[in-house]
Design a protein around this ligand. Sequence first.
Ligand code: ATP
Ligand code: MG
Length: 254
Amino acid sequence: MLSIRSLGVAYQRNGQRTTVLDDISLDIDAGEFVSILGPSGCGKTTLLRCLAGLTMPTTGEILHNGARQAPGAGTAMVFQDYMNSLFPWKTVQDNVAFALHDRRLSRRERNEIALRQLATVGLAEHADRHPWELSGGMQQRVAIARALAREAGALLMDEPFASLDAQTRYTLEDLLLDVWRRYAQTVLFVTHDIDESIYLSDRIVVLGDNPGVIRGIVTVDLSRPRHQLNTRADSRFTDLRATIHDLLAVSGQT
Ligand SMILES: Nc1ncnc2c1ncn2[C@@H]1O[C@H](COP(=O)(O)OP(=O)(O)OP(=O)(O)O)[C@@H](O)[C@H]1O
Ligand SMILES: [Mg+2]
């Protein structure tokens, strides 16, 4: 569905050219859950930004179902920094409805979709509140609802749960898996957390740095639905953790 072909990104700074991503090729199936792991600065955010149409690749191309599309078409992004990704002066519902501001829909239709997606993430009764009245986990749920409202097909998530406490993170991981299954979404999920990537994914792409290249791709052959306790206690889970740890260690992160 999503095809990344020989993608490269280089920045020019003070006359020096730095290659951030080099020759990244990856095919992602419709409905697949793929995580991207890699050391800080290896280009994970840059890769998502290319897919979202926010950064132009220097080389290579991105195809949707075999065809070129307008940059970012068919994607919706959830950013790590939820504090700055929602409008503080808008209500929760208006924040979600804003995702549809460029669509030919009436205000009423936009509000209906927003409310429906807020219900999906369990926040319907908070529709009239403002982001700053909500906990971090709730704000990140709003961001997920906003991405879902775009009905984009591919959800791009940049360390969405990184700054949440462990309990909230587990709850949101399960919420995300539930949404992914119900909406048959394709998800590209950036994380620093090996266990989180195994718990969620069908496949894990491990990147190395300087420049960012694919070190390896690991298939997660754990059954679904997953369970926070049982899945993590599976001996296969431990094996996968070791495999990924070794791949990351090769690229400098231990
Ligand atoms: N607009 C830009 N101009 C110049 N260099 C940039 C720009 N954006 C990112 N970079 C550089 O590209 C590299 C990769 O950045 P990126 O944010 O993609 O890494 P990351 O893997 O997401 O890191 P982290 O895990 O810390 O979020 C970094 O060295 C960064 O300094
Ligand atoms: Mg990043």
